[in-house]
Ligand binder design. Structure first.
Ligand SMILES: Nc1ncnc2c1ncn2[C@@H]1O[C@H](COP(=O)(O)OP(=O)(O)OP(=O)(O)O)[C@@H](O)[C@H]1O
Length: 362
């Protein structure tokens, strides 16, 4: 796993890993900077200023670097999570994707189009037809019934009343809110209000859904329900999602890949098992230290090469099997499990490898 170096933007996993979009990306971000303050554009070009600690840069120039040289691709249908502590630049980064905040430098290419060159009219069109956002504070219109909140994006787009209502009722059912069409937001619990937020975002059939810490304000149990809801909707609809969170367990649960940010910098991009199995630096290592490894890592991470002494007639499992799910098979078998991909024997896993993880030795 490559850590960030001054001359390297490759934060993805090493060859042979399972990650990284292989098809044409839906959205492609390159060398993106967002600097707040006077003469912001000068900052990315000035390596001395870029290296200053936050406070000093502010004192000397009045600028804050919120997003610092970030590059990544999101594949169609992927759930891409941006994770980091408060102030790490997550919200700014995601707002730059649709130019709700105007980036200082870099490029954002969406479906082959450089969004930084789009004029105001084209941007409006894209925001109405291609993107939708789910916010932490729900962002519902208090004086509108659920059905009218959900239909809002279609109304802005100029859809007729009957069409709007039909589509709104369809997505209200999809998010499990049938029966509440005529309620007002303040008659609903937080979780239900966020379901309305989800329905409103889905109603416009966007190509890209952006989630800005949508569940942070919810109680833990409701939050878990809503995470499962997003997983279900993603499975059913296959939408591409960019999801911001500061919660690692949420990131691991939802993300196909996760970008970890620190002080505006990208620290590592990878699947959950890559972050846990090969953290790029001490910061990521610290972040993932409490994650139960057996719940995240797969057999690929613990298999050992086959030697002449190893019996090779044990049960067979694919390398992507999560260790937790393989534990019983391995421990119950008298022979090591063979890790096989496309008919090829990659390695074997025996009791020792499993127990080392369960006992926290690896
Ligand atoms: N409009 C602004 N003007 C000046 N500085 C800003 C502005 N918006 C954000 N910042 C600064 O940019 C940095 C990144 O902020 P951002 O809100 O993107 O972080 P975040 O990771 O989303 O944090 P949080 O989870 O608290 O929202 C912070 O130092 C913040 O103070």
């Amino acid at each position: 796993m490559a850590a960030v170096t001054e001359d390297s933007h490759d934060l993805t996993a090493e060859p042979g890993s399972t990650t990284g979009p292989t098809q044409q990306p839906l959205i492609s971000v390159r060398d993106l900077w967002m600097v707040f303050g006077p003469k912001a554009a000068a900052v990315p070009k000035n390596s001395d200023l870029c290296e200053l600690p936050r406070r000093e840069l502010m004192q000397r120039t009045g600028n804050t670097i919120a997003v610092r040289d970030v590059s990544f691709d999101v594949a169609p249908g992927e759930v891409f999570v941006v994770m980091g502590l408060s102030g790490s630049g997550k919200s700014t980064l995601v707002r730059c994707l649709t130019r709700l905040i105007e980036p200082t430098a870099g490029s954002v290419v969406f479906e082959g189009e450089n969004l930084l060159q789009a004029d105001a009219r084209r941007l409006r069109e894209l925001r109405r037809h291609k993107f939708s956002m789910v916010f932490q504070n729900f962002g519902l219109l208090p004086h509108r019934r659920v059905v009218d909140n959900v239909a809002y994006g279609l109304e802005v787009r100029g859809a007729g009343k009957a069409e709007r209502r039909a589509r709104a009722l369809e997505v209200i059912e999809l998010v499990g809110l049938s029966g509440y069409e005529n309620s007002y937001p303040d008659q609903l619990s937080g979780g239900m209000q966020q379901r309305v937020g989800l329905a409103r975002a889905l109603a416009v059939e966007p190509d890209l859904m952006l989630f800005d810490e949508p569940f942070s304000a919810l109680d833990p149990l409701i939050r878990r329900d809503m995470q499962n809801e997003v997983i279900r909707l993603h499975r059913e609809l296959g939408k591409t999602m960019v999801f911001i969170t500061h919660d690692l367990s949420e990131a691991l649960k939802l993300g196909d890949r996760i970008l970890i940010m620190r002080d505006g910098r990208p620290v590592q991009i990878g699947t959950g098992d890559e972050l846990v199995g090969a953290p790029a630096d001490d910061y990521v290592r610290d972040f993932v230290s409490d994650v139960p490894k057996g719940d995240v890592l797969t057999l690929r991470w613990i298999m050992r090469p086959v030697t002449d002494d190893d019996p090779v007639d044990g049960p067979e499992l694919p390398p992507g099997t999560v260790i937790r799910d393989a534990t019983r098979v391995v421990l119950e078998s008298h022979r090591p499990v063979r890790v096989v991909e496309n008919g090829k024997l990659l390695g074997i896993v025996g009791d020792e490898e499993i127990l080392a993880i369960v006992a926290g030795a690896r």
